[in-house]
Design a protein around this ligand. Structure first.
Ligand SMILES: Nc1ncnc2c1ncn2[C@@H]1O[C@H](COP(=O)(O)OP(=O)(O)OP(=O)(O)O)[C@@H](O)[C@H]1O
Ligand SMILES: Cc1ncc(CO)c(N)n1
Length: 268
């Protein structure tokens, strides 16, 4: 069985963070492992508190995996501060892990900060050069490139700028776009642009969509998919999870991580 390691924050509400990642790995039949960067007290209404781990505690969790089990892919999510980013980058380098998916998590849907402002430089300097793919939403791509992204041309320019930071591939996600009919993700491989389109689902239950999508991309890379296939399957996975709605909590509810596997089974 292929293995994937998520280095991210814990969401007590179970819809985002480590919990979303592990559920996604399991659904895609990849063995899931974790290094927890922070514990959040969180539900569908928002983030009530954040308790970061020390950089040493994060490094030791990664080392435990690196020294014994190894991994076929790594996904990073909430990293919270510059010290944790440096520690994570150091360990990824030490173990020479290649299939690294960086979801540059910055702000939760309710507005809580999951990455300190002064840590953005560390993300750019230490982690992005190690990434196989980075998966920003539009606001995150704006922070990383220091440009406004409104048109399709802006998205392409931002993708090119992100590659200059050392990442090998970029997917700019369209969840935050104005388009009422479609949610369009743009992949740039350094040579080609690809768009992945899906019907936009009118729902408030989108907690953890970004985490789930990037975890699915990591799981597919672990299984040997190329970047195009991995993003394509990630998109199908999140579409199914949003479409097959759950009704959990009073705010932005989680997606349904089991939907993609049930759909795939029906198609067989
Ligand atoms: N309403 C929707 N209908 C269909 N697809 C969606 C919808 N919202 C988001 N997506 C898809 O979900 C994935 C995640 O995109 P999004 O831009 O929401 O990420 P995010 O903002 O990082 O999420 P998070 O809430 O976890 O921070 C993308 O593939 C996007 O196209
Ligand atoms: C722990 C955690 N990671 C990422 C996100 C972004 O969805 C969140 N809300 N919580």
């Amino acid at each position: 069985m292929k293995k994937a390691l998520t280095i991210a924050g814990s969401d007590s509400g179970g819809g985002a963070g480590i919990q979303a990642d592990i559920k996604t790995f399991q659904e895609l039949e990849v063995f899931g492992m974790s290094a927890i960067t922070a514990v959040t007290a969180q539900n569908t209404l928002g983030v009530q508190a954040v308790y970061p781990m020390t950089a040493e505690a994060v490094a030791n969790q990664i080392e435990s995996i690196g020294e014994d089990m190894g991994t076929d892919a790594v996904k990073t999510g909430m990293l919270f501060n510059a010290e944790i980013i440096e520690a994570v980058s150091g360990k990824i380098k030490q173990y020479q892990w290649g299939n690294v998916v960086v979801d540059p998590v910055m702000i939760a849907k309710g507005g809580a900060s999951l990455l300190q402002n002064e840590a953005v430089y560390a993300l750019k300097k230490y982690l992005l050069p190690l990434a196989m793919i980075i998966t920003p939403n539009i606001p995150e791509a704006e922070v990383l490139t220091e440009m406004r992204i409104q048109t399709d041309e802006d998205k392409k320019e931002a993708a090119k700028k992100l590659l200059e930071l050392g990442v090998k591939n970029v997917v700019i996600k369209g969840g935050h776009d104005e388009d009422p009919s479609e949610s369009i993700d743009l992949l740039y491989t350094g040579t080609d642009f690809f768009t992945f389109r899906s019907r936009r689902i009118n729902t408030k239950n989108t907690h953890g969509t970004g985490c789930t999508f990037s975890a699915a991309v990591a799981a597919e890379l672990a299984k040997g998919s190329n970047i195009h296939e991995a993003v394509s399957k990630g998109k199908d996975f999140i579409q199914a999870a949003i479409e097959d709605q759950l009704s959990i909590g009073r705010g932005h509810g989680p997606t349904n991580h089991g939907a993609y596997r049930r759909l795939s089974a029906l198609k067989e």
